[in-house]
Design a protein. Structure first.
Length: 421
């Protein structure tokens, strides 16, 4: 899904058969007769004039966007279909799907503003443009998401139609990309680019994650929004990520528009290529883990990653009956080979492209589990909240647990060594 660039065809001007200078009129007439005899008796046809390049029509495109806004607000699928390019049933179906999605998702504050074209118009009359979009899902998003998206237009039969959304190195909001299956409860909103059965499965896991979080964080009452693209490739497009950036993870919690602004909506985005391969219990742990991130505002937090990720796993695994051989099996094997890590895991260890990402998550969980067993769950929650609100880790750790960072690291390394023995 990239912008379409113009490549207009141009007719070549013809060259004269004879170049004559300094000759008499009679010689010129003779030369003309000879040329006529050689070339033949067909009538002379002048070279065609150059065709004018097709022009971008921003005012008509802006008007089409305005009409699409109205169709979404009014829930008018017929009006949306009419905004597709002439003779393009796929685009008509897509636009009707956008209206259907908006109704199911309770889209509010929806607007589309034409910004600028990208490249010229292709021979088929199509071009791409940057468009400022805003939207929110009522009942779940307190503030609208704001993102610049790519919209494809086609000028045909004297009008401009909307052909689709996405591409151009920008986020492609899932609800604008295809007709979705939507499941809603008072506490969960799940949208899936897939069959109804998959939507039911994801919705069930989202519903189950809410009480898991509230058992540890009872004050959390905001809802949970889960977006499930059709593939890892579509996840990259939804988040405007580099290809393969999330290839090794099952889900990620992120602001919808990529903003770090405090009010920006935060949703869970699933990589179905990984998530769907998990066993049922593992899939539920992943969903609960990401729900903790939503509840704690982790998408815009500056917490040390071992605490941010370890706490989410602590909550998700708190009431799961699994042996340490399962919950810490990868880090145990790594310690047997290389000894315990020298320090608590940071950004390098949590890089999504690393080969030992699972062991890193387990080691972070092990640190938070150690703290909860040392000073209690309430102390772990206080540590998380204090550091999340700006307190330095060292003083907060001493206040809650009577430990320095060095002492915690030493106990953590010893515990991993004992686990691996």
């Amino acid at each position: 899904m990239r912008s379409v660039l113009a490549d207009p065809t141009r007719a070549k001007a013809g060259r004269p058969l004879w170049w004559v200078t300094g000759l008499s009129l009679s010689l010129l007439l003779v030369a003309g007769l000879i040329a006529w005899a050689v070339v033949g008796r067909d009538p002379y046809v002048a070279s065609p004039a150059k065709q004018p390049a097709r022009q971008v029509e921003p005012s008509l495109a802006a008007a089409a966007l305005h009409d699409l806004e109205d169709a979404v607000v009014d829930g008018d699928t017929g009006a949306a279909r009419a905004l597709a390019p002439s003779g393009d049933p796929d685009a008509a179906g897509l636009l009707a799907g956008v209206v259907g999605n908006a109704e199911a998702l309770h889209v509010r504050d929806f607007s589309l503003r034409y910004v600028d074209e990208e490249g010229g118009v292709a021979p088929d009359g199509s071009w791409a443009a940057a468009v400022d979009a805003t939207w929110r899902f009522a009942g779940f998003d307190a503030e609208p998401a704001r993102a610049e998206v790519t919209v494809r237009f086609v000028a045909r039969d004297g009008r401009v139609g909307v052909a689709g959304f996405g591409g151009g190195g920008r986020r492609a909001p899932l609800w604008l990309a295809d007709r979705l299956e939507v499941r809603r409860t008072p506490s969960t909103l799940v949208m899936v680019d897939g069959p109804a059965r998959e939507a039911d499965d994801y919705a069930r896991r989202a519903r189950a994650a809410v009480p898991v979080v509230r058992r540890v964080l009872p004050d959390w009452r905001a809802g949970l929004v889960v977006e499930v693209p059709a593939s890892a490739h579509e996840l990259d497009a939804t988040l405007d990520a580099e290809p393969g950036e999330y290839a090794n993870i099952a889900a990620v919690t992120s602001t919808v528009d990529g903003s770090l602004a405090p009010g920006s909506p935060v949703h869970i985005f699933v990589n179905p290529d990984v998530f769907d391969a998990l066993r049922p219990q593992g899939a539920q742990v992943v969903m609960s883990h990401e729900a903790v991130h939503v509840a704690t505002g982790a998408a815009t937090s500056n917490l040390p990653l071992w605490l941010l990720e370890g706490f989410a796993d602590y909550v998700a695994l708190r009431d799961v009956d699994l042996p340490l051989a399962t919950t810490a099996g990868q880090i145990a094997r790594q310690v047997r080979r290389n000894g315990p890590p020298p320090r608590l895991p940071g950004a390098a260890e949590f890089d999504t492209t690393t080969t030992h990402l699972g062991a890193t998550y387990e080691s972070a969980w092990f640190a938070c589990r150690l703290l909860a067993r040392t000073g209690g769950e309430a102390a772990l929650v206080r540590l998380y909240e204090r550091v999340d609100h700006g307190a330095s880790l060292g003083p907060a750790l001493r206040s809650s647990f009577g430990l320095t960072v060095g002492q915690l690291t030493q106990r953590w390394r010893q515990g991993l060594s004992d686990l691996a023995s």
